[in-house]
Design a protein around this ligand. Structure first.
Ligand code: SME
Length: 157
């Protein structure tokens, strides 16, 4: 497909519904993981203008920073540490309304106020996480969970 994105207006649901087929189009026929993570992060950033969106991949027993959009970030996160490491350990999506209240939250950037972390699973194992940060409190909800889980399932890890 052409490498340009049509940006939808409307409800969050409508925005995801416009974005998802476009993301599928971007990933179809491309097998390179870094290229695909890069385009997913870019497409999400372009549509939603989130403060930070990107991936950490599991490498040698820790999460290592992978393609993202936003300010520079922490490069390595241990299992069970912060929101990302906890989502990895529990193998479940975490929605954090106020990161200051999350025990062990890793403040890569003090402007980040709320966060959602979606684990990417392959064969029952977490192989990466998708992390999204907002400058607003209470920013993410079950709609984000539903569609972000759908999006990461397209990526061929
Ligand atoms: N806040 C995250 C760390 C990653 S950055 O926000 C990009 C955490 O607590 O895991």
């Amino acid at each position: 497909m052409a490498e340009d994105l049509t940006i939808a207006k409307g409800s969050k649901e409508q925005q995801y519904q416009s974005l998802i087929p476009q993301v599928k189009g971007l990933l179809t026929g491309e097998t390179d993981l870094v290229a695909n993570m890069a385009n997913v992060a870019a497409a999400l950033k372009e549509q939603f203008q989130w403060f930070w969106v990107g991936f950490y991949v599991v490498k040698n027993g820790e999460l290592v920073l992978a393609p993202f959009q936003g300010p520079v970030a922490c490069t390595r996160i241990q299992e069970g540490r912060g929101v990302c490491g906890t989502a990895w350990l529990r193998a479940e999506t975490l929605i954090v309304a106020d990161v200051a209240k999350f025990p062990g939250h890793i403040a890569c950037n003090s402007l980040s106020k709320s966060e959602i972390v979606v684990p990417v699973k392959r064969n029952g194992q977490v192989v990466a996480v998708l992390d999204v940060d907002s400058e607003a409190y209470h920013f993410f909800d079950d709609t984000d969970k539903k569609y972000l889980e759908e999006i990461v399932a397209f990526i061929n890890f």
